[in-house]
Ligand binder design. Sequence first.
Ligand code: TMP
Length: 220
Amino acid sequence: MNNSVFTSKFIVLDGPDGCGKTTQTKLLSEYIESLGCKVENFRDPGTTVIGEAIRDILLGHDYHGMGDNVELLLYMAARAQLWKEKIAPALAAGSCVVMDRWLSSSCAYQGYAGGFGIEAVVDVANISLERSFPDLTIILDLNFDKSSSRLGESLDRMETKGGDYHRKVREGYLKFAELYKSKKDTAGIIDVIDASQDIETVQRMVLEKVLESFSKEKQL
Ligand code: TMP
């Protein structure tokens, strides 16, 4: 495959807590780098000084009374800073950006599980961000029983929201994919893969999706 297909590509791996996206983000980045392409890895929320401060507020245990709309605005604020400070410059320099979470997380957590509404979240993104959707979003789908068994012992504020909330998060990702999959012009390519397999199998499925998405795009 011609490695120029990765130039300035914006790729997001997303999914419920414990789905393995952080590991897969790293493995995908290593693969793209091994082809001789420049690649940058960022996590949302976080990466910038402002984003990491917002992350501490969101995930620490000081603010359990936080409303879903406040959560949404804080996640969006961290994302706006991340775009401006890191993602936009990296894409402009020709790097491929591989993200650990992005807007799809706000749609699943605050939009669906929190009740704000998936489309309402996208509306907020469209007025808050210079760019809402990446070129490719891959959702690593995993049911709550499996994803919760992969979590560590100390849980952050979001992880303590309970089984009902997190079952809805998973449903929210699937709803998000259903709603936006056919809107490639505005929402980029969206795909869902089964993340219940071992790391190597999931890595292979992620690679297949990435190569298939961008080689198809090249033929258009
Ligand atoms: P993580 O980066 O360790 O996965 O943790 C981020 C947590 O924040 C995780 O529980 C998902 C949650 N989250 C949202 O609720 N909305 C968002 O928009 C994002 C990016 C993350």
